[in-house]
Design a protein around this ligand. Sequence first.
Ligand code: R5P
Length: 259
Amino acid sequence: MDWGMKNRLARLIKPATGKAVWLAVDHGYFLGPLSKLEEPGKTIKPLMPYTDALMLTRGVLRNCVDAGIDIPVILRVSGGNSIVGPALSNEGIQTSVEEAVRLNASAVAISIYIGTEHEHQTLMALGQLVNEGERCGMPVLAVTAVGKELEKRDARYLGLCCRIAAELGAQVVKTYYCEDFEKVVKGCPVPLVIAGGPKLKTELDALKLAHDAIQEGAAGVDMGRNIWQSDNAVGMIKAIRKIVHENASVKEAGKSLKN
Ligand code: R5P
């Protein structure tokens, strides 16, 4: 791996712990102004001191984030779909790697939709992005998207998706936590981070999800709704950091919710 690629990855997955806490705020690219992310700048600001990277689109980056920040950016470069359109899986690359370099991104992110009618197009797009990324030293984060079919999130399906993403060259893969998650980790030769998914019933449920994922081999979290849709978003991200970087138990990390 070339120096630039290695250096970008080291900004994202902290060498001190080998782990990562990323804040995902890219949801608007197909969901529009969803609850608590109506004004992304306001949502992001108080959470910035506690995140290792921000995952977002170029539109939110340019319009809502100060260019003086010292936090690496994971640029969402796939899109072209919407929650009200005919198929969420109908995504393609809509932001170039050149643009990602211009924006000083540390990685680019793309969703793949395995098992859908758009499987081939999203996997070919991943290959194209990896080719361009390799040319520029830009890591690619492949997101194993399930669209509206949340029930797809089992080890057999996610294991398949993660392995394919890694085989096609993604340097990091983002997936969901599931039962038998170790099997997903075992079959994927690159670091795996987990999404949180839709907001869980309680904060402790989300902390347990992050805790179990880390214990079972995840390199970190790239979490959105379970952090910023919480009424205690800062407490949540602090607690998540304890779990990811300090190996804290759910109980120990839960104390951050009270501070
Ligand atoms: C999908 O909507 C986005 O790519 C999110 O970045 C991803 O799902 C992670 O966010 P959350 O933790 O809210 O699922």
